[in-house]
Design a protein around this ligand. Structure first.
Ligand SMILES: [Zn+2]
Ligand SMILES: [Zn+2]
Length: 382
């Protein structure tokens, strides 16, 4: 296999170069600009990737070649401070992960005074699939679990972005050009009230629950979080999402334009861009995988479904962070999705199609580690 990089090997790759050129100088401008799917430039845009799959760490040469303007992108930004220079405080952020499961852990505990049996009347949660209509308690708690997870994520991120965990120094931006400037209030408003984001997700969850479209076990309050099922749901969801994501990029330019292109206007995304895209994108890449996953892993109880919903939605939010996160070095060791990995996709379009797990990209040959693949684009230590 040639050691040439994808961008050097064939005409379609030129479109990826032009994406970088058009977007790297000013993300705000590029967000309104034209963005094409990977491989959809000089040719028709359809068809599988024809790029080397298992390439070495790509040389940075293509980025500072005369044809590319990306080499100037980072010049005005001071060097990022490695996370290790901030002491132990950023590691407090790791507590975020168990906190994402606060509600299902508390309510499903058999001993705790917060057990659902102590908190709610039996008629609210007892459910016989043969005779009962779905009851709203499980749905309400599921939505609440995601909301609580989001509260913790946003609280952590506001402290982290506000430099309270890093001794007053800005955390390391994922991209060498630095993080985009915006007000926190605008970010939260955009994040929470995009119709294609939590609004559509909430509608999907409500309708599938109340119309009895979930497997019967999902309505059961018996037991606690089923950890194996939780992992199975996360991996399966991300696997199906990976396939749908690739399809959106590669089936046709038209499908890409109406579905996924709006999300790709962010070539230097921020945390609050996670669910900012289009209705079609959310349906194809989130809702169809969610419904498929539920109908494959058919033995989850309500606590597992709740834990899965909170983990999935909040992890998807976190990988869009404009800053490297404290746990990234651990996640990278296990191939778990980080902001750096996902920024590679937003910036270069044709790599890192997975979100929560990089395993599918590693197997399929589309994984690229950010600071090795493009060290002038991405900061060290992300
Ligand atoms: Zn994204
Ligand atoms: Zn994409």
């Amino acid at each position: 296999m040639s050691r040439a990089t994808p961008l050097e090997t064939e005409a379609p790759a030129a479109s990826a170069v032009s994406e970088i050129e058009s977007s790297s100088s000013d993300d705000e401008r590029s967000e309104e600009g034209s963005v094409r799917p990977a491989g959809a430039g000089a040719r028709t845009g359809a068809g599988p990737l024809r790029t080397p799959l298992y390439g070495p760490a790509a040389p940075d040469a293509k980025f500072d070649a005369k044809r590319s303007s990306i080499r100037v992108a980072a010049m005005a930004v001071p060097p990022a401070v490695p996370l290790t220079d901030h002491g132990l405080l950023p590691w407090a952020g790791v507590l975020l992960w168990p906190l994402l499961l606060t509600l299902p852990l508390m309510l499903s505990s058999p001993l705790s005074v917060t057990s659902y049996r102590e908190v709610f009347p039996a008629g609210w949660y007892e459910y016989d699939p043969a005779t009962d209509d779905p009851k709203p308690l499980g749905l309400t708690l599921g939505l609440l679990a995601v909301v609580i997870g989001q509260v913790f994520v946003l609280a952590f991120f506001s402290l982290y972005r506000g430099r309270y965990l890093t001794r007053g120094v800005e955390p390391t931006p994922v991209q060498a050009k630095g993080a985009r400037a915006y007000t926190f209030g605008e970010g939260i408003r955009t994040h929470l009230f995009q119709p294609e984001g939590f609004v559509l997700l909430g509608l999907y969850l409500s309708l599938t629950w109340m119309f009895g479209l979930m497997p019967p076990s999902y309505y059961s309050f018996e037991g606690s979080i089923q950890w194996t099922n939780l992992v199975a749901c996360l991996v399966l969801q991300d696997g199906i999402q990976y396939a749908m994501h690739m399809a959106e990029h590669q089936v046709s330019v038209e499908i890409y334009k109406i579905s996924h292109k709006p999300h790709h206007r962010f070539t230097n995304p921020r945390l609050f861009d996670a669910f900012n895209g289009s209705m079609a994108d959310t349906i194809l890449m989130i809702l169809i995988p969610l419904y498929s996953t539920a109908n494959i892993v058919r033995t989850c109880n309500v606590w597992t479904y709740m834990a899965f919903g909170s983990m999935y939605a909040n992890w998807l939010t976190l990988i869009h962070s404009e800053y490297a996160l404290p746990w990234d070095c651990i996640f990278r060791k296990f191939g778990l999705g980080t902001p750096g990995d996902h920024h590679v996709h937003h910036k270069l379009f044709k790599y890192n199609f997975g979100h929560l797990f990089m395993w599918f990209d590693m197997v399929g040959g589309t994984y690229r580690r950010p600071e090795r693949f493009a060290p002038r684009v991405f900061n060290k230590g992300i």
